[in-house]
Design a protein around this ligand. Structure first.
Ligand code: ITT
Length: 193
């Protein structure tokens, strides 16, 4: 059994990571206290590295960081790494996004969520990185209450629903986070357990 600290201040991420993890050999716990390193990187990967190394400096143990966000094709991949800083509240972020896409037809509203994960050891050395994506469209209005962040406007054609209208079990099977975490856990089991 190996214990890994999740380098995040977002409780939804730990919740989803624990729900995705089906291994009895790997246990995740969240970093205690306030954790808010400056995300000065120019990519999801660079920001995940900053968070993972900072958490390892504090905890001196294995740490996993998740840097994620929404990339909208017609907005040249914005909000991207600025997804959490796009507007002050989540409601305002969604309103701003819908406003930016006001006159854009359905077929041009393609987008994806990306998740970059970085695992470091207690010395802050990078052991493994993994990226996951999920493709979809930005809906014309917010729908549903599950999930978090931009889930109410992220429409998955295969289900004819936004992620926020889907049960957590489905999100945790198809999400960018699941697509990064599952191979990450596989790597951990093969190399650290
Ligand atoms: P930490 O940096 O402390 O991990 P954070 O929420 O600020 O928490 P990010 O810097 O990775 O995390 O920003 C990601 C933002 O992208 C997040 O605040 C959401 O707005 C959005 N996002 C990421 N994953 C998402 C998901 O699964 N569903 C909906 N929105 C998501």
């Amino acid at each position: 059994m190996i214990k890994i600290i999740i380098a995040t201040s977002n409780p939804h991420k730990l919740e989803e990571i624990n729900a995705i993890n089906s291994s009895n050999d790997v246990e995740f716990d969240v970093i205690k206290g306030s954790f808010n390193p400056d995300e000065t990187g120019k990519s999801f990967l660079e920001n995940a590295i900053i968070k993972a190394k900072e958490a390892s400096k504090i905890t001196k143990s294995y740490c996993l960081a998740d840097d994620s966000g929404l990339c909208v094709d017609i907005l040249d991949s914005r909000p991207g790494i600025y997804s959490s800083r796009y507007a002050p509240t989540q409601k305002e972020k969604i309103e701003k996004l819908l406003n930016e896409l006001k006159n854009i037809p359905k077929e041009k509203r393609t987008a994806h969520f990306t998740c970059s994960m970085v695992l470091v050891n207690g010395e802050g050395e990078i052991l493994h990185t993994q990226e996951g994506r999920v493709e979809g469209l930005i809906d014309f209005e917010a729908k549903g209450t599950n999930g978090f962040g931009y889930d109410p406007v992220f429409y998955i054609p295969q289900y004819n629903k936004t992620i926020a209208e889907l049960p957590d079990t489905v999100k945790n099977t198809i999400s960018h986070r699941a697509n990064a975490l599952n191979p990450m856990i596989q790597w951990i089991k093969e190399n650290l357990v």
